[in-house]
Design a protein around this ligand. Sequence first.
Ligand SMILES: *[C@@H]1O[C@H](CO)[C@@H](O)[C@H](O)[C@H]1NC(C)=O
Ligand SMILES: [Cu+2]
Length: 227
Amino acid sequence: MKFSAAVTLLATAVVEAHYTFPSVGNSADWQYVRTTANFQSNGPVTNVNSEDIRCYQRNPGTGATGVLNVTAGSAVPYNAKASISHPGPMAFYIAQVPDGQTAQSWDGKGKVWSKIYQDMPKLGGGMTWPTQGARSVSVTIPKCLKDGEYLLRAEHIGLHSAGSSGGAQFYISCAQISVSGGTGTYSPKNLVSFPGAYSASDPGIMINIYYPVPTSYKPPGPAAETC
Ligand SMILES: *[C@@H]1O[C@H](CO)[C@@H](O)[C@H](O)[C@H]1NC(C)=O
Ligand SMILES: [Cu+2]
């Protein structure tokens, strides 16, 4: 009995090392966020060329049931479960749902994603990441967006074992949102596709963050766009 309890504890500890991004605001898990393939395992995507790098969906083609109403310019808390337990950068991308599709039906394929948020580490003596241990990251939905439906993609990259190709761990999900109150002037300069935006050898993806301690960091993908 004692032995099996110890094994269970160990298994739990391993699972808790990983995480998901299952909800926005105060909503239920997977109400507005598309259920990810790791909803039970919490495991990461490690192949940047796989379809999983887009929204990591458990059932591609099947959206979440809800669409969250968001006012342009407001902040949306995007929640991690249990917490962002690995060191690395956090980014958010957004893509407008095209005519003839809905936030529930659209697959998000093509060069349609723009980055709206990117954090950076503190450097000097070591790399310190602002989201390490966080249970929620707040993202401001640009005031200048056109009203309509969007997919909002959350991405945290665990860099603790990223020193060799395929070692970075991508924790991803996509929320379905409907934006109102936007001024409509948003015109992103850099639209990217997933897969397509990243290479396994990008310096922000294949990097040993411990030794030698990096003196700079270049996040993968385009720069975050502003209004
Ligand atoms: C979201 O907005 C739509 C359109 O404005 C409205 O019909 C709907 O009731 C809103 N949903 C919620 C949950 O507030
Ligand atoms: Cu992990």
